[in-house]
Design a protein around this ligand. Structure first.
Ligand code: SF4
Length: 257
């Protein structure tokens, strides 16, 4: 069965977990049925900006300037189009597209000074067997270890920060990474930081051991729910405002009864 890795361990990641929590029917379309989906322009813009923020740190500290980030845009965009030629037709106004990416990159420099630190890891893959039945993994945009040993986990978002009261939900992804880091390095990260380039805001949190224990409990509960759905082949649709962006709306039973 596809949500599993070898020897029937359930494969969990923050994105799979939130997909199932948001709508089990959507999880089924994507993970169980593996239905193809066309690229989303928002996601592709996010990929482009992430690539540049990754590659920016290849430069010596003094050269990590807004202009050097913007200078990376043409070549990284060309590479992305070569990898996904369908983007050429999807992006109808290339200038507007690149201007938007450029504006997001400039916003980054209002929130962090990349000349002032050296990242320890970029796009690091963390993984752990949470139990013999659950394999948990995720890709962290950036992980910085200070000379004093304190760890900061950073994730870039090209959208806007959550409204007040919704920060905890947004932080779940970083708590999963923090839990993975704790399991693999026996260290509780000191700071979790979400950087929202869409509206120049950051959301920060200092996780405690008890936060991470509670994250682990939530993951185990969701793993059990997924196992039950697989056993019963029961994937209830959960309509929400996300349906307006859902590619599968035209075949979803919630909208076609
Ligand atoms: S349209 Fe809505 S309810 Fe249906 S699969 Fe998509 S997100 Fe779920």
């Amino acid at each position: 069965m596809l949500p599993y890795v070898s020897n029937q361990r359930l494969r969990l990641s923050p994105s799979r977990v939130s997909e199932f929590e948001n709508c089990p029917q959507l999880y089924k379309y994507r993970v169980i049925d593996q239905l193809p989906q066309p690229p989303s322009l928002d996601a592709e813009r996010g990929t482009l900006v992430h690539t540049i923020l990754h590659d920016l740190f290849e430069n010596p500290a003094a050269q990590r300037t807004p202009q050097s980030a913007i200078d990376l845009l043409p070549s990284r965009w060309r590479a992305q189009m070569q990898a996904k030629p369908e983007l050429i037709e999807m992006v109808t106004n290339e200038k507007e597209w690149l201007d938007r990416a450029s504006s997001l990159l400039q916003t980054y420099f209002t929130l962090e000074d990349p000349t002032a630190f050296e990242p320890t890891h970029r796009e690091i893959h963390l993984e752990n067997d949470l139990s013999p039945e659950i394999y948990l993994h995720g890709y962290v945009d950036r992980l910085d270890v200070a000379p004093t040993g304190e760890v900061r986990i950073v994730d870039y978002k090209t959208g806007k920060a959550p409204k007040p009261g919704w920060e905890e939900k947004a932080l779940f992804q970083l708590r999963v990474y923090a839990l993975l880091y704790l399991k693999t390095h026996a260290v509780v990260p000191r700071l979790l930081q979400l950087i929202y380039l869409g509206d120049a805001k950051t959301v920060k949190s200092t996780p405690t051991v008890s936060d991470l224990e509670s994250t682990e409990k939530t993951l185990r509960r969701i793993a059990k729910d997924i196992e039950e759905s697989v056993e019963k082949d029961y994937w209830p649709p959960k309509p929400s405002r996300l349906c307006d962006w859902c590619y599968f709306k035209s075949i979803c039973p919630a909208h076609n009864s």
